[in-house]
Design a protein around this ligand. Structure first.
Ligand code: GTP
Ligand code: MG
Length: 461
């Protein structure tokens, strides 16, 4: 696994809202690597002893005082299936009841619920933000489950980056919401990681410090637990998932951190119930067959987790978030925006030059698009014109055809009209004759007499 057993030195940088104690410098490397200042070497400068007390040996105290005054901030992301014990664990870790409501299984997609608190211990103020998944693992589509988490983490980085890029920055007072640690609760199946666990951790391991935990560890036997842990680690390694390694470069904590790295993933039990054992009141879970004590190292790794997370490595988690995960996000985003440290010939490029180059590129791109759009427009006008011309020709042909038909019809009608007029004239003439005949008295003419005589003769024969 990456980072395991490596020599570790912490690159540190200033960051808003979160104070840190003095550490080595080396902002932006994003790597755990040796730094000169920590070992006492001083980059070839002459080392001079002072002949009397000057007072800069109080610098660490000044920093501590300033940090205490400003307060600290720590943001935890707790990922686990619905009812996996996230709220109980966080309550147990900070010895407080955060009044977290129980979620249902019926959410269409995963949501993240963030709650911030201000905690006080002695004279130290801690602004704690707990972000928990709601409905994780309840969806059929696995992508729906982890994508909202990835987006949330990126959104916090983006907010910080935007603050950094402002002309008038307020990094010092900025409420840093970047996630410093992800407690990933694995169900105590005793078998292996679920596909969803693998997919989620794989998509988050370059964005956040992941500490895997086996939740509800009281439901798995001691021997099964050891096998399960080995299996989980083997699976994480074979899938190339990088989990957070407690730093081993600082002599003061290197031994304990090395041992604790070997205990990962921690098997934890959470409870807000208290039970009286002897004359001590302890956090525990009571069963018909016995009592599981949350803070008993023979029962589970809860104390190990609390020690490592809060007492020993909280500052390192904050620092790793800034120097490694945020740095990676920042460099990718700036590259996306077109900024480069060096040109193709590997010569350094200033921000001004990068900006000018980007501006030129943008302008050329704009011109190219404008030309493209103009050509498209001309082409479309031509096409439209051709279509209209064709339609016009069609209409003209139709018109001419109709005119022809009309002329023929007109001629036919004209002929008919003439014939009709002649018929009417004939009819009128006949009618006039008939009327004339009716109005004249019946006078027998030689012709009519002869006609009468003929009629009679024919009736006798
Ligand atoms: P949601 O926020 O609703 O998704 O649930 P959650 O993951 O916050 O789980 P929560 O802490 O509400 O615990 C759910 C149930 O599991 C409660 O009944 C707890 O008492 C129980 N529980 C929590 N931690 C443990 C544990 O370590 N062991 C066992 N056996 N039960 C636990
Ligand atoms: Mg909860």
């Amino acid at each position: 696994m990456a980072g395991a057993g490596q020599p570790v030195s912490l690159a540190a940088g200033s960051r808003g809202g979160c104070q840190r104690l003095p550490a080595a410098t080396g902002e932006g490397t994003g790597q755990r690597g040796a730094t000169a200042s920590r070992g006492g070497t001083n980059d070839g400068l002459r080392s001079l002893p002072l002949s009397g007390h000057v007072g800069f040996d109080t610098l660490p105290d000044q920093l501590v005082n300033k940090s205490i005054k400003q307060g600290f901030c720590f943001n935890i992301l707790c990922i686990g299936e619905t009812g996996s014990g996230k709220s109980t664990l966080i309550n147990s870790l900070f010895n407080i009841s955060f009044d977290d409501l129980v979620s249902t299984h019926f959410h269409p997609n995963v949501r993240l619920k963030a709650q911030s608190y201000e905690l006080h211990e002695s004279n130290v103020r801690l602004k704690l933000t707990v972000v928990s998944t709601v409905g994780f693992g309840d969806q059929i589509n696995k992508e729906d489950s982890y994508q909202p988490i990835v987006d949330y983490i990126d959104a916090q980085f983006e907010a910080y980056l935007q603050e950094e890029l402002k002309i008038k920055r307020s990094i010092f007072n900025y409420h840093d919401t970047r996630i410093h640690v992800c407690l990933y609760i694995i169900s105590p199946t005793g078998h292996s990681l679920k596909t969803l666990d693998l997919l989620t951790m794989k998509s988050l391991d370059r964005k956040v410090n992941i500490i895997p935990l086996i939740g509800k560890a009281d439901s798995i036997s001691k021997t099964e637990l050891q096998q399960f842990k080995r299996k989980l680690i083997a699976e994480l390694v074979s899938n190339g998932i990088q989990i957070y390694q407690f730093p081993t470069d600082d002599e003061a904590v290197s031994q304990i951190n090395t041992i604790m790295n070997g205990h990962l993933p921690f098997a934890v039990v959470g409870s807000t119930e208290v039970v009286k054992i002897g004359n001590k009141v302890v956090k525990a879970r009571q069963y018909p067959w016995g009592i599981v004590q949350v803070e008993n190292e023979n029962h589970c790794d809860f104390v190990k987790l609390r020690e490592m997370l809060i007492c020993t490595n909280m500052e390192d988690l904050v620092e790793q978030t800034h120097t490694r995960h945020y740095e990676l996000y920042r460099s990718c985003r700036l590259q996306e925006m077109g900024f480069r440290d060096t040109d193709p010939e590997n010569k350094p490029v200033s921000l001004q030059e990068a900006y000018e180059a980007k501006r030129r590129k943008f302008y050329l791109e704009l011109q190219r698009r404008e030309e493209e759009m103009r050509q498209k427009f001309v082409q479309r006008v031509k096409e439209k014109e051709a279509v209209l011309k064709e339609a016009e020709q069609r209409i003209q042909a139709k018109f001419e055809h109709l005119m022809l038909v009309h002329q023929e019809e007109k001629l036919k009608l004209e002929k008919k009209r003439k014939a009709l007029e002649e018929e009417i004239a004939l009819f009128n003439m006949k009618k006039a004759n008939a009327e004339l005949l009716q109005t004249q008295p019946m006078v027998s003419t030689p012709v009519s007499l002869k006609r009468d005589k003929d009629r009679k003769n024919s009736s006798f024969t």
